[in-house]
Design a protein around this ligand. Structure first.
Ligand code: AMP
Length: 542
């Protein structure tokens, strides 16, 4: 028997309609690229997004066309997302931190027709535009007064472009499974692969992400999306915040510790989210200036492993709860968040800090398993490592143009490329990317575990561990650390500190004190570049 309930398509534009109808005055604050702090609200954002939709339509952009953005988090970028969504076109965030060749490759692969670009990136686009033949028009996200001299053909200032239409427009209607957004994976190996979200997957993901045990946010929160819109679908915050009617703060181009701290305080932010590298900068700034966090209650940290020392600093020094999260571009992205189950004894602070080393629990809507190389499911004992696989309504079913098909299993699970354990309570812990795990004497050593311990040393700012070829053991761990400013820890200090905190045979065979550790375009430690840098390194034990 067919059910007799309404068929209400889960369209992203309904999220903005809801915010504009029921929370019209709720503010959206941005640090503009031009400099000043800009204040608007969901009511205005919707009116202007309708103009974007109308202007796109007038420019001949149609259902399914890709609209690229090379932009920081600001109200204009948000309007472009919703405007594109409103005609069934596709917002396509391009990560401006990628190498020029990758940007060109991605834009060409997606066959973007229009490009929205921040002032910051105009010089870069001027150099690349001739290699991106599908781009018909460049819209510079600024007003006439700030419009730069440019040789970009057909370039227009955003405010002029939307100023030329009257906003008398209605969102288009189409099935909820229509493509909504596109984001390419960070591509640590090979070329990036395109992930295509649907309206439905975005709406479902936002419901999941907002729930109590995930981000745990509501309409009284002020949310700062430090995570860029171009990193993995903004971790859903571009949808979750308007969905719950929360005030949204967008930090623009300035993600250094001082600038982030200033906005956290002046806008009275209660919840924020980003990768550990950003929080490292904030914590260093607070330490150097004696600053405090007077309104912040919670920070969701993911994208790479959040070390215990970071969670501890947030909690003990600043009274802020960290929630460790794991996800991928392919999973919309939030797939697990670490929160306390009654049976985990999480009320004890030290136990809670230990627990937060794990990436956490799946919400309803994500199925998760670990398997061995023969695809046999592995036990949930917190010790056995396996390939982590997930499936659900907000998980990719394939990549754009069928690339990377081997990651998609016949029973609908997506092989994440991560290696993880799952404990008896269901807490998942990432051990490594499968290609980063160190294979020593037939056993695996988790580089993440070693990094987490090393970065707890009071003189260490950042730590990375890679496997170095070893004649007897196949590979052995090399620890690379960047010291904190004006500190000079030695190899002996580090090894003494780590002794007893990890299994003896996991101890690094050597320690390198370095000036820097390379990062990817999304702020992760770039293991590939490190392995390249230390390719000829000879361990003293070899
Ligand atoms: P991206 O698609 O750029 O967000 O990258 C996804 C990858 O980042 C995952 O497959 C993991 O390898 C890594 N990752 C994300 N969150 C975490 C985390 N909390 N701990 C360790 N690795 C993580």
């Amino acid at each position: 028997m067919q059910a007799l309930m309404q068929d209400w398509p889960l369209l992203c534009t309904k999220v903005l309609d809801h915010a504009a109808n029921w929370h019209p005055m709720r503010e959206v604050i941005s640090r503009s690229i031009e400099g000043p702090i800009h204040r608007t609200n969901y009511g205005e954002i919707r009116s202007r997004a309708l103009k974007v939709a109308q202007a796109l339509d007038k420019s001949g952009i149609r259902l399914g066309d890709r609209c690229a953005t090379l932009a920081w988090n600001t109200w204009r970028h948000l309007e472009v997302w919703y405007g594109a969504l409103g005609i069934g076109a596709i917002y396509h965030t391009v990560n401006p931190r990628l190498f020029a060749d990758q940007i060109v490759w991605i834009v060409n692969d997606a066959e973007d027709r229009i490009l929205f670009v921040d002032l910051t990136f105009v010089p870069m686009v001027e150099k690349l535009i001739d290699k991106m033949p599908t781009i018909e028009r460049v819209v510079i996200l600024t007003d006439a007064a700030h419009m730069p001299e440019t040789n970009l053909r057909n370039a227009v200032a955003y405010e002029e472009w939307i100023g030329a239409v009257d906003g008398d427009f209605r969102w288009a209607e189409f099935p909820e499974t229509t493509a909504a957004g596109m984001c390419y994976t960070s591509g640590t190996t090979g070329m990036p692969k395109g992930v295509v979200y649907s309206h439905r997957s975005n709406v479902i993901h936002s419901w999941m992400a907002a729930s109590g045990d995930m981000m745990g946010i509501g309409g009284r929160d002020t949310i700062m999306s430090v995570v860029p819109l171009f990193h993995a679908n903004s971790w859903g915050l571009a949808f979750t915040s308007p969905m719950i009617g929360a005030k949204l703060v967008l930090p623009g181009a300035k993600l250094d510790g001082a600038s982030v701290h200033e906005l956290l305080e002046t806008e009275k932010v209660t919840m924020t989210a980003a990768v550990p590298t950003v929080w490292l900068m904030l914590l260093q700034h607070l330490e150097a200036t004696g600053g405090t966090l007077s309104t912040l209650k919670r920070v969701v940290i993911g994208g790479s492993a959040c070390p215990r020392s970071m969670t501890e600093a947030f909690l003990k020094k600043y009274g802020v709860e960290v929630r460790h999260a794991w996800g991928m571009t392919e999973t919309s992205p939030l797939a697990t968040v670490c929160n306390v189950k009654p049976e985990t004894d999480g009320d004890d602070v030290e136990r809670w800090l230990d627990l937060q080393m794990k990436q956490g629990l799946v919400p309803f809507g994500v199925e998760m398993r670990i398997v061995d190389d023969a695809d046999k499911q592995l036990p949930h004992d917190g010790k056995t490592f396996g390939r982590l696989q997930v499936r659900g309504p907000a998980v990719a079913a394939s990549y754009y143009k069928g690339m990377g098909a081997e990651a998609f299993q016949t029973d609908g699970f997506f092989d994440t490329g991560d290696v993880a354990t799952i404990d008896q309570y269901g807490y998942m812990q990432i051990t490594d990317r499968s290609k980063d795990v160190i294979k020593s004497g037939g056993e695996w050593i988790s580089s993440i575990d070693l990094e987490n311990v090393a970065v707890g040393h009071p003189d260490v700012a950042e730590a990375a561990v890679i496997g170095i070829k070893h004649p007897k053991w196949d590979e052995r761990p090399l620890l690379i650390i960047v010291p904190k400013k004006d500190r000079s820890p030695t190899k002996a200090d580090l090894l003494a500190y780590m002794d007893g905190k990890i299994a003896k045979w996991w101890m690094p065979d050597d320690v390198v004190i370095a000036d820097d550790i390379p990062h990817t375009a999304t702020g992760k430690i770039q293991k590939l570049a490190l392995r390249e840098r230390y390719r000829d390194y000879r361990l003293p034990t070899a």
